[in-house]
Design a protein around this ligand. Structure first.
Ligand SMILES: C[S@@+](CC[C@H](N)C(=O)[O-])C[C@H]1O[C@@H](n2cnc3c(N)ncnc32)[C@H](O)[C@@H]1O
Length: 252
């Protein structure tokens, strides 16, 4: 499938499933069962900073940024439905919301942002090197790019009757399709990529890596056992291997 076909198909599907993601995967959370920004403190100062979110979804992370005092809110997302939801979440706050693929250069200002971030969206890109080059171009010198995504091992792990096993080769990178995303008539194409691929592509795009986090279970689950479960995300699984990779990279 060609990149443009994937984007057209994924956009249609995101418009169908967006209602499942209202306020899900949004800051201060970095991902399912993972430590939150309140524990990790990756953002340093947000007050008076200009921020751009890649894949703003329902707009809850942008609202968090506004609450922390960001002076400019910008975002790009593939789905018109998500833009409508984000506008309602932001409830009149001044934000520049674009509906476009993150892969495209749509004329967002270059060398402009203090912070570019992405919570569970960057892995949707069909062109990781191109997307990272664009992100790098949007940042001022000294600016940070912080993102979270499924831990790269995650899509390979399977679960049956409480037993976790490797269902496919971690060595195998490339596109794969989920025919019924969120149980809806919404086929989605994603890409399996290794942790080293993300790191090496960031370096090639010109970034310096400041932190790589393979998530552990967040403090809010202290004292909660987590019953055996075959669900894609569960506390039980999260206690055994990371749900989320979180990377902070800097433009020097
Ligand atoms: C899990 S949601 C992100 C949620 C978001 N962090 C929030 O605070 O609500 C993933 C988002 O990525 C967007 N997306 C998927 N593929 C994309 C692409 N190629 N370019 C831009 N956005 C994309 C989807 O439309 C969806 O809104």
């Amino acid at each position: 499938m060609h990149m443009n076909e994937i984007l057209t198909e994924n956009k249609k599907s995101w418009n169908t499933v967006s209602h499942h993601f209202n306020g899900v995967d949004a800051l201060p959370s970095y991902g399912p069962f993972a430590q939150s920004e309140d524990e990790l403190h990756l953002f340093d100062q947000i007050k008076n900073k200009s921020v751009l979110e890649i894949g703003y979804g329902s707009g809850h992370s942008l609202r968090y940024m506004a609450e922390q005092g960001a002076c400019e809110l910008w975002g790009v997302d593939l789905s018109e439905e998500q833009r409508l939801t984000a506008e309602s979440t932001l409830n009149g706050l001044n934000a520049n919301l674009f509906c476009a693929p993150m892969e495209d250069d749509i004329g967002l200002p270059k060398e402009h942002f203090d912070i570019v971030y992405s919570i569970f969206a960057i892995g949707w890109t069909t062109d990781l090197p191109g997307t990272l080059r664009l992100v790098h171009s949007y940042l001022k010198n000294g600016g940070s790019f912080i993102f979270s995504w499924d831990h790269p091992l995650y899509p390979h792990m399977q679960m049956e009757n409480g037993r976790i096993y490797l269902g496919s080769s971690y060595q195998q990178e490339g596109p794969y399709t989920i025919e019924r995303f969120k149980g809806e008539d919404a086929p989605m194409v994603l890409h399996k990529r290794k942790l080293s691929t993300y790191i090496n592509e960031l370096i090639k795009a010109g970034f310096t890596i400041e932190q790589v986090i393979e998530s552990d279970v967040g403090e809010r689950f202290d004292g909660t056992e987590g019953e055996v479960s075959d669900r894609y995300y569960s506390l039980y699984k999260a206690r055994q291997y990371p749900t989320t990779m979180i990377i902070k990279a800097v433009k020097m």
